[in-house]
Design a protein around this ligand. Structure first.
Ligand code: GAP
Length: 513
């Protein structure tokens, strides 16, 4: 745990030191759970967004994109269920005065039991060596079975109570499990209460005529209300998808994990409109496609897992998360939800407008079903950034900090470094910058010894350093140093563009999907 905390602290401080992420309004002591993207952060964020957009919109003939407004007619949120059901069950600790999500406290309790199972597996693996059969062990070991029974009964009781709005039982469960305040150990809890997560605001100049609005808590509704406009103007045939990226806002109570849970964040969502009855098939298909997208970035297959939802959101008939191994453990990165026809049906009812599709093959109208893929851009940023940050022992007993960002996402693709600041080397380096900048984000750096400049670029995540030295004057070649291997090779200046392109081109990476 201490190690996880240390690693997470390093991620946060590295993000600040290298111009990735700053606390919002830092000079006024910041605003809790709100962050600003700095000069490198915005590039990384843009690249992740583009990588998603290309994979979803450009690579799929039947998916189009839109950009709906953040403000929407307030009835949207009545119809979507957010006014009545977008709540978190909260509980306060009377001693520490800290507020928690009751379901998260219970889930964390279960995660602790799960780590006990992992420990049992490791112990048994050691004891039995090569003859260890994990599946058999999990199916027969009485202690493991006991742990699993505890997890299952706890989670299903919680799901049942939340489903039935039985908050008294949620509190009873917390007390029976003897769950303590993670910060102070106190078990002195208040009752559990529901708390709506939407931010309200007003439209209009005078108090009497002002209209109550919400800042959208998800981008998805902008897609649903535009469904028929897009389908008709694009003459789209089912199955088809509408994709969108944009800001969403939630008044999160438990917002302690840097950009993991923010009050203002960005989503990348896609609603896939399908024939009713085909949802199971498309749900499985989209789970597979989205996992492949993640794996194409090469951040380690072992760092992902699916987690099926115990408690389904008010709109879903099936839902799973793609979880990623963050520095604080496996947590939700993306959700894939089978939303049935809930949203379109609700909007039909509340707007009194038909939101149906005429299926020429079936010769009839129906409300399509929807499978949604929804990922937080900031959360993806945290996954990429925290996974990339590594400290490496070198052969000469020194360490180096290296940010092994997938090159396709790196903010700066190459740093061009004159070995020294005279003898015409800066001029050649500047010329290389001027040539490469049309294709890639590159920078010029002449400050400090070249070794220090290499380390600075390693830590900033730049995949290539290109050094101009005295030999360049003779042979028109430069030294290219690779961030990950630290290998250096001489390359002709005119071959630089192809060499960089080979490693950073989205096409090469997306083809791995
Ligand atoms: N339209 C469905 C929807 O919004 P969600 O599971 O509430 O579903 C989808 O959110 C994704 O948005 C999550 O998997 C997560 O990556 C991201 N997300 C949600 N709340 C967030 C927050 N407060 N801060 C950062 N990312 C968040």
């Amino acid at each position: 745990m201490a190690n996880q905390n240390d690693q997470f602290k390093k991620v946060v401080s590295h993000a600040k030191e290298y111009g990735y992420i700053f606390q919002s309004s830092e000079i006024y002591d910041g605003l809790s759970a709100v962050y600003d993207y700095a000069q490198n952060g915005v590039e990384l964020k843009n690249n992740i967004r583009e990588y998603w957009w290309k994979a979803m919109v450009q690579m799929h003939e039947n998916i189009v994109g839109i950009d709906a407004a953040i403000f929407m007619h307030p009835t949207t949120w009545k119809a979507s269920g957010h006014v009545d059901a977008f709540n978190d069950p909260l509980i306060d600790n009377k001693d520490s005065k800290k507020r928690y999500r009751a379901d998260v406290l219970i889930e964390e309790y279960c995660a602790k039991i799960e780590s006990k199972i992992d420990k049992e597996i490791k112990k048994a693996q050691k004891r039995f060596g090569d003859s260890f059969d994990k599946e058999q062990f999990l199916a027969t070991n009485p202690r493991v079975l006991g742990y699993e029974e505890k997890i299952n009964s706890t989670l299903s009781r919680m799901a049942r109570s939340l489903e039935n709005e039985d908050l008294v039982d949620v509190k009873a469960l917390i007390e029976e499990l003897e769950i303590a305040d993670p910060l102070t150990g106190s078990k002195n809890w208040t009752d559990v209460k529901q708390f709506n997560l939407m931010f309200g605001t007003k439209l209009g100049a005078s108090a009497e005529s002002a209209m109550d609005l919400y800042l959208r808590p998800e981008t998805a509704q902008g897609i649903f209300v535009n469904f028929l406009n897009v389908q008709k103007s694009g003459r789209l045939k089912i199955p088809f998808g509408i994709a969108q990226t944009g800001k969403a806002f939630r008044n999160e109570i438990v917002a302690r994990q840097f950009i993991f849970r923010m009050r203002e964040f960005e989503q990348m969502e896609m609603q896939f409109f399908i024939k009713p009855g085909t949802q199971q098939e498309w749900y499985e298909r989209w789970k597979e496609i989205r996992l492949k997208w993640h794996l194409s970035l090469g951040m380690g297959e072992e760092n992902y897992r699916f987690h099926d939802h115990e408690k389904l959101a008010h709109y879903a008939d099936a839902a799973a998360d793609i979880e990623f191994k963050f520095p604080f453990g496996f947590k939700e990165l993306e959700g894939i939800h089978s939303r049935t026809d809930f949203d379109l049906r609700q909007h039909e009812e509340y707007s009194n407008k038909k939101l149906q599709y005429f299926d020429p093959e079936e010769n009839k109208n129906y409300i399509p079903y929807v499978v949604e893929t929804s990922i937080g851009l900031d959360r993806m940023f945290l996954a990429v950034f925290s996974n990339a940050l590594q400290e490496e022992e070198l052969e000469n007993n020194t360490t180096r900090t290296v940010l092994r960002l997938p090159p396709v996402l790196a903010p700066t693709k190459a740093a061009i470094l004159p070995l020294i600041k005279r003898d015409g080397l800066p001029e050649i380096a500047r010329k290389i910058v001027d040539d490469l900048k049309w294709d890639f984000n590159v920078i010029y750096d002449e400050k400090d010894a070249v070794g220090r400049r290499y380390r600075r670029q390693d830590a900033a995540g730049t995949p290539f350093c290109i050094t101009v030295d005295h030999d360049t004057l003779e042979d028109n070649m430069v030294t290219v140093r690779h961030r990950d291997t630290m290998e250096q090779k001489r390359v002709k200046i005119e071959e630089l563009r192809e060499l960089i392109k080979h490693e950073v081109d989205m096409r090469t990476w997306l083809k791995k999907m």
